[in-house]
Design a protein around this ligand. Structure first.
Ligand code: NAD
Ligand code: MG
Length: 397
């Protein structure tokens, strides 16, 4: 039996992970489930999966959960805060850690899993984007195993030859073709962007996901974060990553070889496929996903991205080509701007404006430690909140 910790159990990826695992009760045992503040949902997950530990990042929520569990599940240990998250990511009885917290908040617990040499199923792309090479070195230096859950990176991983870790050129890989649905506003002219509501931005045409990543998909910042993610996971540079708009989301990404061969991974747009792949790798298990019906799909379309309407993608390419904390600043400004947009405090086109200003007004630096990364993350958040305050007061005039 493999012991599993799910960081971010109550989210979209967490719920899909529990769905796949529950098909194999003899293979996987839940050791710990974590959430930010969703007491009721984590309580119900504890009833269903009987973990040893339940962690709430939020202290008040942790007290409430402990109160709920005291009578009927007194054996579940309730922990709280970042320390609790780090603890359950590093437990000896844990073999696999699903990193599915949203945002840079997932960085420290995911890092704890890397430092303890776990198999990490990485959904939390922001943690990787922010910690960059420092995170990859912790993975390599501690014998951890990093398996991508992001559907594109999981597809790329499946199309890569053995030994890709030593350099793509050595194994005859020329470039990565990272597919993107284009999001809900692929056909919407820029003039209409100011009237986009949070609910419209969260209504993704192909995938049901958490609200933050849904907005990122709508601005194409999600694809930008994924460019950086691909460079780090596959030790390559952004000039070797081509973004291809593919509205049907049937091809999840491709790898082009020196001889002109292109390998692709296809499947239904269902996150249980990459989750099942990474959980059981190198074995294959049933995921519960629908099979592809190529006759029903009938056609696959491709087009180039429009960087004018979706400048976030251009900002990410810019950050990906630098080795300083530009990606940290970009990510922090994006998280703050998306949160303000979801609160109806700023408009959809303000998201790239906040990021551009944060990148221009703050100076990135070389970061040698996680502490320096976290410092720049904090600095960028404070600055982005000031920019957002300015935009809000302009709207009030
Ligand atoms: P979600 O919003 O549905 O869930 C997020 C989870 O993180 C919840 O369990 C929440 O309680 C927890 N969380 C939030 N803030 C936290 C904090 N400060 N401290 C501790 N826990 C916190 O998000 P999601 O859609 O499941 O996405 C999770 C991650 O996976 C994101 O990084 C996203 O980019 C990535 N991802 C998601 C999908 C998808 O289909 N949903 C696909 C690819 C990648
Ligand atoms: Mg993705």
């Amino acid at each position: 039996m493999k012991g599993v910790t799910i960081l971010g159990a109550t989210g979209s990826i967490g719920i899909n992970t529990l769905d796949v695992m529950s098909r194999y009760p003899g293979e996987y045992r839940i050791v710990a489930l974590t959430a930010n503040s969703e007491v009721e949902r984590l309580y119900r997950q504890c009833q269903a999966f009987q973990p040893q530990y339940a962690v709430m990042a939020n202290e008040i929520a942790a007290e409430q959960l402990a109160g709920r569990l005291r009578d009927d599940m007194p054996d579940v240990q309730v922990l709280s805060g970042v320390a609790g998250l780090e603890q359950v990511a590093a437990l000896e009885q844990v073999d696999i850690v699903m990193a599915a917290i949203v945002g840079a908040a997932g960085l420290l617990p995911t890092l704890a899993a890397a430092r303890s040499g776990k198999r990490i199923l990485l959904a939390n792309k922001e943690a990787l984007v922010v910690a960059g090479h420092i995170f990859m070195e912790e993975v390599r230096g501690n014998g951890a195993e990093l398996l991508p859950i992001d559907s594109e990176h999981n597809a790329i991983f499946q199309c890569m030859p053995a030994g890709f870790e030593d350099g793509l050129a050595e194994v005859g890989v020329q470039r990565i073709m990272l597919t993107s649905s284009g999001g809900p506003f692929l056909q919407v002219p820029a003039e209409e962007f100011p009237s986009i509501t949070p609910d419209q931005a969260c209504a993704h045409p192909n995938w049901a996901m958490g609200r933050k990543i849904s907005v990122d998909s709508a601005t194409m910042m999600n694809k930008g974060l994924e460019v950086i993610e691909a460079c780090l996971l596959f030790s390559t540079t952004p000039d070797k990553v081509q973004v291809v708009i593919h509205p049907q989301s049937v091809i999840h990404s491709m790898v082009e070889y020196l001889d002109g061969s292109v390998l692709a991974q296809l499947g239904a747009p269902d996150m249980r496929i990459p989750i099942a792949h990474a959980l059981a790798w190198p074995k294959r298990i049933e995921s519960g996903a629908e099979r592809l019906d190529l006759f029903e799909i009938a056609r696959l379309d491709f087009e180039a991205p429009d960087l004018e309407r979706f400048p976030c993608l251009a900002y990410a390419f810019e950050a990906a080509s630098r080795d300083d904390t530009a990606a940290v600043i970009m990510n922090a400004a994006n998280e703050e701007a998306v949160s303000a947009f979801l609160d109806n405090a700023i408009l959809f086109p303000d998201i790239p404006r906040v990021i551009r200003r944060a990148l221009d007004e703050l100076s990135p630096r070389q970061a040698a430690s996680i502490e320096e990364v976290l410092h720049d993350d904090q600095r960028a958040r404070e600055h982005a909140r000031e920019i957002i305050k300015g935009i809000k007061s302009d709207y009030c005039k």
